[in-house]
Design a protein. Structure first.
Length: 275
């Protein structure tokens, strides 16, 4: 529930039963309560000017409040207006509010100081941890340089092995960006099945030809070619035929006939039979 920020006046539960309050007329009683609330709202500490009194309350009610007790009437005449009797003992004064604000300000400053100190400690701890990590990495790097010296240069100042690429490992997979590029360029293309062909092919390529500087680039180019060829079945590369049975089925599908001509080039068109 939200905090109620409205201002309040304080009256005791037996206020209306007081010997000098109980005999008051309804108009005088109402005037006294309204004066107390007005002074609390305006922070005048019980003072009511003549101009305000004449504007809001009847003269007769004001006179009654000034004479309801011979020694301590509810309202006392002072220079320029009236003063509510014992106002500061029952209501919150301007000094009370300023003191509370000052205490809150000091409390806020103290809290801010504690937060700043805590933040400073946290930053110092992080700084120390970062420094320690940097020193550890520096020592580790130095040890790696000592234990694993750089690859020597070959003839002509060229690096050996790694500068010529690496072979495709059995666990290699294309990056998410490469997969996204292929699926975007060729929606519906079964790159997963084609990847098996790709991996089998490059695993069998011997020597330097089987090494690549960027397997992701090689994979994307392969998939693009395979995707384009998949749109035209007659142009599918026959090198993917892996056994004699599949080769025979492909031959019958493309050229017809009952026999497999071992010497025939599948890429060449079959001569048509006479009309």
């Amino acid at each position: 529930m939200a905090k109620d920020d409205r201002l309040y006046g304080r009256f005791t539960l037996d206020f209306a039963d007081s010997p000098k309050i109980a005999p008051l007329s309804d108009g005088a009683f109402r005037a006294l309560v309204e004066m107390a609330l007005y002074s609390r709202r305006m922070l005048s500490d019980g003072f009511i000017s003549e101009r305000v009194a004449g504007k809001f309350w009847q003269v007769s009610d004001v006179d009654e409040l000034c004479s309801n007790d011979p020694e301590r009437p509810s309202l006392q005449r002072v220079s320029g207006g009236f003063m509510i009797h014992d106002f500061s003992e029952h209501q919150t004064t301007k000094a009370d509010i300023e003191a509370k604000r000052e205490a809150g300000r000091k409390g806020g400053l103290a809290k801010a100081s504690r937060n700043i100190a805590l933040a400073t400690d946290v930053l110092q701890q992080k700084s120390n941890a970062t420094l320690a990590k940097t020193e550890t990495e520096t020592i580790t790097t130095s040890n790696e340089v000592v234990n694993n010296p750089p690859t020597p240069l070959g003839k002509g100042g060229r690096k050996t092995s790694s500068s010529h690429g690496e072979r495709l490992s059995e666990t290699w997979k294309p990056s998410d960006d490469s997969i996204a590029a292929i699926t975007s360029e060729h929606p519906g293309f079964d790159y997963q099945s084609e990847h098996k062909v790709f991996a089998d092919y490059w695993a069998s390529v011997p020597g330097q030809k089987g090494k690549k500087l960027s397997w992701d680039s090689t994979w994307r180019n392969w998939m693009r070619r395979a995707a384009r060829q998949s749109y035209s079945p007659s142009r599918a590369p026959l090198r993917r035929i892996t056994n004699a049975e599949t080769a025979l089925q492909q031959h019958h599908k493309l050229f017809g006939g009952d026999s497999y001509d071992e010497g025939r080039d599948f890429a060449a068109p079959r001569a048509s039979v006479g009309n």
